[in-house]
Design a protein around this ligand. Structure first.
Ligand SMILES: Cc1cc2nc3c(=O)[nH]c(=O)nc-3n(C[C@H](O)[C@H](O)[C@H](O)COP(=O)(O)OP(=O)(O)OC[C@H]3O[C@@H](n4cnc5c(N)ncnc54)[C@H](O)[C@@H]3O)c2cc1C
Ligand code: SF4
Length: 536
């Protein structure tokens, strides 16, 4: 049995960020990742390979609430889901940390306020080199520092959309984005601002993902060890059930065990719940840390719609994800409840449409698919999904994830869709065409679109209603932490990754205190806006 000071299971937004934060402490850190390095190959940027053939989607089989098998759109690589993500790095709104009344019920308050998370959002924006512009979005929460890098410029069609929205009285803003782009000096920019970003891996490692800006900088420290293809299958405890004593790992067909005084689970919301439930024992008969019966419950994933509008003029935009709109985030124009966030997604390409029957049937014969691609303006609408204890991960008979899920806030999501539709005429878009675009979710089975999964191990101050305490330590154990999106008590309506990163840094500071190593880690200065930094 090998010994370490900290074991982190999972290297995505939570685990990868935490690893980099703890690395300078000199403590012996073991990173266990069930996937491998994502291969760097031409297919990284091939729409057909990525979107139609699902080249980077795992072969896992999960089951829905009725026991029907499906293939979840999940990615097991160093860096986790961030390898494929769109790098839209939003803070939750300050209001998301309080109680909010929605069309279908109440989104609960978090046990900590926005003010406690704010310094860590700032640090996460620095670590992940976020580009953005403060002061444009009326729902933006207070911040203690400017964005470390200037906002990405809009290309002409998106600038036109922004101008048209502003002329119609709305408040479009430059979307916060994590790419290593230096527009002022493209000859020295790592990012080339290409069309294959959102939903694709970055061939040139220019996306601010948890491999490039989490794991790789962590591995520069000799005290950090990464084990790939290392699938944690069980956590063992002492007889009292208070301490995790070993992590059982399947690696290259062999079973090994590793131990450390601190064990951090960060497998993604569904797989973290699976690991805890699979670790049932005499001391924890319902699953590890599950005396409250809360592990796996309150699974959320956003009520999201990828939609495509047809521009009257061609839309030759290459990198489209530069604009957001939160005018309906806290309430709709004619209702008092929140509708959600509107942002752009990666530009559709003709190759992506091949699997999409709704487009062919709805648009043909008016538009050939190549015309659709050249005129498409693509939006991503997100409405908050409310926590519901019956939306939950349990274990199927074969030990895999069983996901019972019913969406919430459908009325608000419909209103957001119709709100955007009603605006099309003023935005140079065909008023009759706002078409669901399933390519982004890559599936017609909504439950398989697990990109924004969260909940399942929520944090709180009451052990009867939460799994983790406010430091994200399991209430029932002395050395078990969870730092992926599992801890979210509510998910808000903006993308979740920056919140997972910020929280991992917050928990990281707690762990550094616990290890007596806080003084060994210095927080980097912010680079002057516009200058690209290499990861360190
Ligand atoms: C296509 C796509 C686009 C997205 N776009 C955005 C966006 O623009 N903005 C945004 O904020 N969010 C986006 N997201 C969501 C974002 O990527 C996730 O919210 C975030 O990565 C979650 O972080 P995590 O640490 O909870 O899990 P992950 O990042 O998924 O990391 C979990 C890690 O644990 C590993 N693992 C799982 N089980 C085990 C085990 N038993 N043993 C060892 N290792 C294990 C996995 O392989 C993985 O590396 C997107 C996601 C996808 C898929
Ligand atoms: S836009 Fe930049 S970060 Fe995104 S895939 Fe292209 S080069 Fe990579």
């Amino acid at each position: 049995m090998d010994s370490f000071d900290v074991i982190i299971i999972g290297t995505g937004a939570g685990g990868g960020t935490l690893a980099r934060h703890l690395a300078p402490s000199g403590k012996r850190i073991l990173l266990l990742e069930r996937g491998d390095w994502l291969p760097r190959e031409p297919q990284n940027w091939a729409s057909r390979d990525v979107f139609v053939d699902n080249r980077y989607v795992s072969e896992d089989t999960w089951y829905d609430g009725d026991g029907r098998p499906f293939q979840p759109q999940i990615h097991y690589f160093v860096g986790g889901a961030t390898k494929l993500y769109g790098a839209a790095l939003y803070r939750l709104r300050a209001e998301d940390f309080g109680e909010l009344t929605h069309s279908d019920g109440v989104s609960p308050a978090w046990p900590i306020g926005y003010d406690e998370m704010e310094p860590y959002y700032t640090l996460a924006e620095q670590r992940y080199q976020v580009h953005g512009a403060r002061g444009e979005d009326p729902t933006e929460p207070p911040s203690s520092a400017p964005y470390p890098f200037p906002a990405l410029s809009h290309e002409p069609r998106i600038q036109q959309l922004s101008d048209d929205l502003a002329a119609a009285g709305y408040h479009p803003f430059h979307a916060p984005c994590g790419v290593l782009l230096n527009e002022a000096d493209m000859a020295f920019s790592t990012c080339i601002r290409c069309a294959t970003c959102d939903g694709f891996p970055c061939l040139v490692h220019a996306k601010s993902d948890a491999e490039v800006l989490g794991v790789r900088p962590a591995l520069e420290h000799p005290n950090v060890t990464l084990m790939t293809n290392a699938h944690a299958t069980r956590l063992e405890t002492d007889d009292a059930g208070r301490t995790v004593t070993s992590v059982v790992v399947e690696h290259d067909g062999e079973t090994s065990t590793f131990s450390a005084p601190i064990v951090v689970v960060s497998c993604g919301a569904a797989n973290s719940a699976k690991l805890l439930l699979s670790s049932a024992s005499d001391a924890h008969p319902n699953g590890l840390a599950n005396g409250s019966d809360q592990v796996g419950r309150n699974y959320m994933f956003h009520n999201s719609q990828a939609v495509l509008a047809l521009s009257k003029e061609p839309n030759p935009t290459v990198f489209q994800k530069t604009l957001g709109l939160n005018d309906f985030y806290l309430k709709g124009p004619d209702v008092e409840y929140p509708l959600g966030n509107i942002q752009m997604i990666g530009k559709s390409a003709a190759d992506m449409f091949k699997g999409e029957k709704p487009l062919e049937t709805k648009l043909a014969p008016d538009f050939a698919l190549r015309d659709v691609a050249s005129h498409a303006v693509d939006f991503w609408l997100s409405t908050e999904d409310l926590p519901n204890p019956d939306n939950r991960v349990t274990l199927a008979d074969d030990g895999n994830v069983r996901l019972s899920y019913r969406p919430s806030n459908g009325k608000a999501a419909d209103r957001l869709f119709h709100q955007l539709k009603s605006m099309l005429r003023h935005l140079g878009l065909h008023p009759d065409h706002l078409i669901p675009r399933h390519a982004y979710l890559k599936t017609d089975i909504p439950v398989a679109g697990v990109a924004h999964q969260a909940g399942t191990c929520r944090f709180g101050s009451d052990p009867a209603t939460s799994v983790l305490d406010t430091d994200c330590k399991a209430h029932e154990l002395d050395n078990l932490y969870v730092v992926d999106t599992s801890f979210f008590p509510s998910i808000g309506a903006v993308n979740p990754a920056l919140t997972a990163m910020a929280n991992a840094l917050r928990v990281g500071d707690h762990l550094l205190d616990r290890l007596g190593a806080r003084d060994t880690v210095s927080v980097p200065e912010v680079a002057p806006a516009g200058e690209e930094r290499t990861p360190s």
